[in-house]
Design a protein around this ligand. Sequence first.
Ligand code: 13P
Ligand code: SF4
Length: 299
Amino acid sequence: MEKQILKLKEQKNAIILAHYYTPAEIQAVADYVGDSFYLAKIAKNSDASIIIFCGVAFMGESAKLLNPTKKVLMPDLSADCPMARMVKKGKIEQMRAKYDDLAVVCYINSTADLKCQSDVCVTSSNAVKIVKSLPNKNIFFIPDKNLGRYVAEQVPEKNIILNDGYCPVHVQLSEKELLEKKKTYPNALVLSHPECEEKILNLSDYIGSTAEIINFAKHSTKNEFIICTEDGVRFKLEEDNPDKKFYFTNTSPCCADMKLNTLEKLKNVLENEENAIELNDEIIKKAVIPLDKMLELAK
Ligand code: 13P
Ligand code: SF4
């Protein structure tokens, strides 16, 4: 199967992008594996004819928004991030009416429609830097309350208004299970994604995006880590660091949508060129504005 995928990919001048949460066998055949920010930049600058995005809907959509003339295909179009639409209808207008200088900061884990209503996008790797750089005092951070709260702590000079969205996978991480792991492995550092709840982040030694967690573990002089994010990162962590140990809480978080990406579906989509991301021109024109602003401010 892997050989067929590689052959088809060359024949069709396609590139395969995969997020760190996709299954290991997908990451193994991908041309680029990374966090949301890295993959968005790769998609924007790609001159391939076809971009196959192994991830969830907001990732494929962002690739299409940033490089609209390309064919962007996804192995499974139903792979979606439940957090992407967790903003109540009318909430953004309500906030804009309340604060004159409001900036709507939209986590990239959001629908194209929410991006159209926002001023700037962020990912977990650049949110602090971007929010700090904004001239606005009042920030409405959508949709993730956990990333929003983490940013608010790092940027106390801003009034950050939280929305009540959350990642159903990261909020499952149990404080009790983490404390048990810490007790079993007292020398291990806890590395966590900012989508985790406060009680998990308070027990963490390092907080960062998936790529930042992987980078931290690689360059750390320590040999043991407890990882508080989706278990797909295990593949890269173990590949990069065969002599280090990585532990997950007993109820290891698993994003079912990311796991909808399979080799079989990837091969099919390369063969048939089905599952294209389609967005109308009006949406593309509007939703790309906050994404482009993110790329500019994150430089
Ligand atoms: P990263 O940007 O850290 O890869 O996170 C994406 C994501 O969906 C986390 O749940
Ligand atoms: Fe969405 Fe959470 Fe899955 Fe990331 S891990 S794609 S935020 S549901």
